[in-house]
Ligand binder design. Structure first.
Ligand SMILES: Cc1cc2nc3c(=O)[nH]c(=O)nc-3n(C[C@H](O)[C@H](O)[C@H](O)COP(=O)(O)OP(=O)(O)OC[C@H]3O[C@@H](n4cnc5c(N)ncnc54)[C@H](O)[C@@H]3O)c2cc1C
Length: 439
């Protein structure tokens, strides 16, 4: 039997940028209206993850706790259900949630908000699921840091030169902002390691691949060239119009046939909608749920969706959908709250309309690029803008404070290199970390 309520109930699925903002805004709108409406947030983690700083976690610069916003503190008026939404009955208005800690439960809803975000887009490359890891979760970011440190330590004790070289090689696939930030941070971590262990940094090999013709097309050609120049100056090899043909435990083969011995491969080639969306039998566009400009699912007036999980029409660029960014997801969270409340008679509907304010991309020591409001910036000024932007965007004071203190501490000390062995390769796999089914 579904758990029903005499109160009206809004169920929000997912506590990322869109779901978190939506739940938070809904609290304010419902409180103002004086109505007795229950807001339930269904999410597998009890925190909201500030993903733009995951490359800093992978690089060992920031503690993962600082990028995790505890939901119980941040959303005290919301009922948290720490579980995964596994099956959704749109006609019967119920949702079934599961968790390893309790039997499946079914909840009824009056309004449903689908914001389960996205997962790494995988391709049919032999060995990819077994030997590569993504960067969407805390487990994956921590694993990449530990894998790099472990391989560097093993290399120090390795007598076979070829194996030593393989252990000191890192391959990152995907040169959009997330992959590029990741390789910059991993290179900085390895450089710190080399400096402290008396190792020649030229013995470390970092390779960034992408099928595109340019790194970070999101920031335009001019800044893309600057990034290319900076990364190459730091000893990062960049191969464009190149990807992976196959992966094994100790090597990869590139699409041009080159074999690269390595034990560390990160796959950061873009995202597709969360797996739960495929169970809904609703139209998808590029893996994302089709919605109208008011973020409603066509044919289901009580169901709304936004963020990476939804193909939201971009009213500023007719015919296009908004890209999967945190900036859009949080703003869509606000529109979701407004329109869900309007559907219950509180306030009025509004379409989602937002012009992109630009991107900030932190690329390791003393370098970043940014294009706030279309103004291209690079170097230290961009670094200051980038760090200020992220610090202010983190939605909780204590987390902001911890991040600022870490950045300040890092100006006078080097990042810690301790290998804690917190995440196993299985825990960081696409299946366990992101819930992508094993095929
Ligand atoms: C490394 C990295 C760096 C990035 N940097 C930037 C940046 O600098 N700027 C920028 O604008 N964007 C950036 N992004 C993109 C940004 O993180 C996403 O666009 C944003 O997180 C989307 O928000 P969302 O709320 O739609 O989804 P998410 O933030 O992915 O949240 C989805 C939530 O839904 C939960 N969920 C999934 N399935 C279920 C289910 N079945 N039941 C219940 N809950 C579920 C997830 O656990 C998660 O809590 C970056 C992304 C990555 C990975």
């Amino acid at each position: 039997m579904p758990e029903t309520s005499t109160r009206e109930r809004i169920v929000v699925v997912g506590s990322g940028f869109a779901g978190f903002t939506c739940a938070s805004e809904l609290c304010g709108r419902v409180a103002k209206s004086g109505r007795d409406i229950e807001i339930v947030l269904v999410t597998p983690q009890d925190y909201m993850l500030y993903t733009p700083l995951l490359p800093d976690v992978a690089g060992g610069l920031i503690d993962p706790r600082f990028v995790a916003i505890p939901l119980a503190d941040a959303l005290p008026k919301v009922r948290l259900v720490v579980a995964s939404a596994d099956s959704i009955d749109l006609a019967g208005r119920t949702i079934t949630v599961t968790s390893e800690h309790h039997a499946p439960r079914t909840l009824s809803w009056d309004r449903l908000v689908l914001t389960p975000g996205s997962v790494t887009r995988l391709f049919d490359v032999p060995g990819l699921r077994e030997h590569a890891r993504g960067l969407k979760t805390v487990a994956e970011a921590l694993y990449l840091r530990e894998q790099l440190l472990r391989q560097l330590e093993l290399a120090d004790q390795e007598e076979d030169e070829a194996v030593r070289r393989a252990r000191r090689t890192v391959v990152v696939v995907g040169a959009s902002y997330a992959g590029t930030e990741l390789i910059a941070q991993l290179r900085a971590l390895a450089d710190d390691y080399a400096r402290r262990r008396g190792l020649d940094r030229a013995d470390l090999r970092f390779l960034l691949l992408d099928t595109a013709k340019q790194v970070m097309p999101e920031v335009g050609a001019e800044l893309g060239e600057k990034v290319l120049h900076e990364l190459r100056g730091r000893g990062i090899e960049i191969r464009l119009e190149t990807s992976l043909r196959e992966l094994a435990a100790d090597r990869v083969v590139l699409t041009d046939g080159t074999e690269v011995p390595t034990h560390t491969v990160a796959w950061v080639t873009g995202v597709t909608g969360a797996p739960v969306l495929e169970t809904l039998d609703l139209p998808l566009e590029r893996g994302r749920l089709v919605v109208d400009a008011e973020l409603r699912v066509p044919g289901h007036p009580s169901v709304f969706a936004g963020g990476d999980a939804a193909a939201v029409p971009d009213l500023t660029k007719p015919g296009e959908i908004t890209p999967p960014t945190a900036q859009h997801a949080s703003r869509q969270g606000k529109t979701l709250a407004r329109n869900v409340a309007a559907s219950l008679g509180i306030g009025t509907f509004a379409p989602y309309r937002h012009r992109d304010l630009g991107l900030v991309v932190d690329l390791g020591p003393r370098f970043a690029v940014a294009n706030p409001l279309g103004i291209p910036l690079s170097g230290l000024l961009a670094k200051a803008v980038t760090r200020a932007y992220h610090t202010l965007a983190v939605p909780r004071g204590v987390n902001r404070w911890a991040i600022v203190m870490t950045y300040l501490t890092n100006t006078v000390t080097q990042r810690p290199l301790a290998l804690l062995g917190l995440v196993s390769p299985e825990e960081a796999s696409f299946a366990r970390a992101e819930g992508i089914s094993e095929r």
